[in-house]
Design a protein around this ligand. Structure first.
Ligand SMILES: Cc1cc2nc3c(=O)[nH]c(=O)nc-3n(C[C@H](O)[C@H](O)[C@H](O)COP(=O)(O)O)c2cc1C
Length: 197
């Protein structure tokens, strides 16, 4: 029989996991970030394209570079977090398909598609990968604070200039201060959000 995640594991990933804005003064080791990535990278993407490109913003200097792009409400969240991941997406993801999907000429399926279509595909798949990374982080005891409240163009100019990478969303990582959380907001029930046809 296949092993399934026990209730404690489900709680860690979902029921007790919250989006954090306030952080304990506890550092996150680079080795842990590597472990997080090494789990998250195994999640599926279309044709195994893996478009996510992540910059872990950790130093004071790097945080200062990110700060001007942040919406006012997110500045403190990022500046006090031990790490904030910038989740970027490589719009020319297909250049890596000979390596990532070696059993077929998958590069040819994508390389001539119009830019907006490439961006749409990269957005879908890098968003999935960002979500895998958040679940991987939670599975290793970290808390997450995902944010889209920032100026993407400014982040792209500061962190991805001269590349084919564009920012998707950012996510603070660390050990959250649960005492500062507001009560959990409701979710849609199965009946409200799903159909079995
Ligand atoms: C893609 C994304 C963007 C978000 N953007 C922001 C943001 O800019 N600022 C913020 O404070 N929270 C942001 N959030 C946090 C959400 O409000 C939060 O995940 C949601 O209310 C659920 O909260 P919970 O995980 O504690 O239940 C974002 C979450 C996601 C997934």
């Amino acid at each position: 029989m296949k092993t399934i995640l026990n209730t404690e594991g489900q709680d860690l990933l979902f029921r007790n996991a919250r989006s954090h804005s306030d952080w304990q003064d506890k550092p996150v080791d680079d080795g842990l970030l590597r472990q997080v990535y090494d789990l998250a990278k195994m999640g599926p993407t279309s044709a195994n394209m893996c478009p996510l490109r992540t910059i872990f913003v950790k130093s004071r200097e790097a945080k200062e570079r990110l700060k001007p792009a942040l919406h006012a409400g997110n500045v403190n969240k990022v500046m006090t977090a031990p790490v904030t991941a910038i989740f970027g997406m490589d719009i020319r993801f297909y250049e890596k398909l000979p390596q990532l999907f070696p059993h077929a000429d998958a590069r040819s399926w994508f390389k001539d598609l119009p830019e907006p279509v490439l961006e749409y595909i990269a957005l879908r798949n890098s968003s999935l990968q960002g979500a895998y990374l958040m679940l991987a982080a939670r599975s290793l005891g970290l808390d997450c604070g995902p944010m889209s409240g920032f100026d993407n163009a400014k982040v792209d100019a500061e962190f991805f200039a001269g590349t084919t990478i564009k920012s998707n969303f950012i996510c603070a990582l660390g050990y959250g201060d649960a005492s500062k959380l507001h009560p959990r907001s409701p979710r849609l029930t199965f009946e409200e959000a799903c159909q079995v046809v």
